[in-house]
Design a protein around this ligand. Structure first.
Ligand code: COI
Length: 389
């Protein structure tokens, strides 16, 4: 019955005993006895694994790498700016024009959110509406049409249900859901693409960094910048990410976990880490760089600020001079992929600064509260989670 409830707007559902449809959601069996039908493409080649409710996978070996799952979701938007009915199909390659806007001019956005397994075996999403909103804001900046909040959240529910056997057991990770909005129409001159595609795929993941849950060692970058005023640092465009690869690769080759960027004008104020936001803790005060257009407004960032305030911390969103790194007691990073990650050291201007980490830290307190809400072991007073079953 789960599918009947959530495959709402984009798919028509029939009992699996119906013989009226030749197209169905994949070739495997769904134990609830329903399958989706629509004007979907023929299902791709069967997954090497069956569509069983569970998968025989060694969850303890999970890291943050792509593990292809069973289905992806595709919704196209035509020239009139309207998104057509979405379609679910087997996960696989897509066909693109060589002159697609996304390939030639980087017109694209992505999002990241997670589905978490609960103690009772069901699962839930964390704040999918916030990702939908951020995609809308980003789309406006990147001259793209975007799905409505309802279309986005509905599609995320569908992709989670279709790939539900890939939601790891409680405590072993989560299902990372990756929505993309890309210019797929052909362009040659520099202009917005004539057509767009909203696509979602998913992959089970665990720790983002190779350090696992051990503290990170960051490097303050003073050659390369991540974003500049008037640019696109405040939206989740794909074009923000390739330019930091050089800095990350260099830092990793020197033994650091990741890079902390400074503002592009004075190279003085902290901005963010390549894949996450940053927080400094000093006593009861927690500070994080204000989202002034160059900083990504992270959903985890926003949630941690709200949790911290609720727990009595004073939280400041403001410009943070890098000199403040020398006075902080703790530093931690937040992001969907990263979660809440403690920072053990930061190397800034050739000086290594070390921070408190471990069980009795603010970072650990906020992390445990967030994960508790996400997985249902702590009551969700804020109404952030969306139950799937
Ligand atoms: C996320 O945290 O979801 C992101 O999109 C960051 C990405 C670099 C993995």
């Amino acid at each position: 019955m789960i599918l009947r409830r959530f495959f709402s707007s984009s798919f028509r559902l029939v009992s699996s005993s119906s013989s009226s449809s030749s197209s169905k959601l994949g070739g495997g069996c769904h134990r609830d006895g329903f399958r989706a039908v629509s004007s979907m493409p023929e299902p791709c080649q069967s997954s090497p694994l069956s569509d069983d409710e569970s998968c025989d996978f060694d969850w303890d070996s999970l890291g943050f790498g792509l593990m292809p799952t069973d289905y992806m979701y595709i919704m196209k938007c035509s020239k009139d700016g309207k998104f057509e009915r979405g379609q679910m199909s087997r996960y696989g390659n897509i066909e693109l024009s060589p002159s697609a806007g996304v390939l030639n001019y980087g017109q694209g956005l992505f999002e990241g959110l997670k589905a978490y397994r609960k103690r009772d075996g069901g699962f839930r999403l964390f704040r999918p509406d916030q990702n939908a909103l951020r995609m809308m804001t980003g789309a406006e900046r990147m001259c793209m049409p975007s799905p409505s909040i309802e279309q986005f959240v509905d599609a995320v529910k569908q992709i989670t249900i279709a790939n539900r056997r890939w939601v790891p057991p409680l405590g072993k990770g989560s299902l990372y859901i990756r929505p993309l909005l890309i210019g797929t129409g052909p362009v040659l001159g520099l202009a917005p693409a004539p057509e767009y595609t909203f696509l979602i795929y998913a992959s089970p993941v665990r720790n983002y960094f190779k350090e696992g849950s051990a503290p990170l060692n960051l490097y303050v970058e003073n050659e390369f910048v991540r974003a500049s005023r008037g640019g696109t640092g405040g939206v989740k465009t794909i074009s923000n990410y390739a330019p930091v690869l050089k800095a990350i690769t260099r830092a990793k080759s020197r033994g650091f976990s990741d890079v902390l960027y400074l503002d592009s004008v004075n190279k003085r104020d902290l901005e963010e880490v390549s894949s996450c936001n940053i927080f400094l803790v000093k006593g009861n005060v927690i500070s994080t760089p204000a989202t002034n257009g160059t900083i990504l407004p992270g959903v985890t960032r926003k949630s941690i600020i709200e949790i911290a305030r609720d727990r009595g911390y004073e939280v400041e969103e403001r410009a943070i001079n890098m000199e403040e790194l020398f006075d902080a007691h703790e530093v931690f990073c937040t992001g969907t992929a990263v979660g809440v990650a403690p920072v053990g050291s930061i190397t800034c201007m050739d000086r290594r600064i070390e921070y408190q980490t471990g069980a009795d830290t603010t970072c650990q307190e906020l992390y445990s509260t967030l994960v508790g809400i996400q997985t249902g072991t702590i009551e969700d007073k804020m109404g952030w989670t969306v139950e799937i079953s």
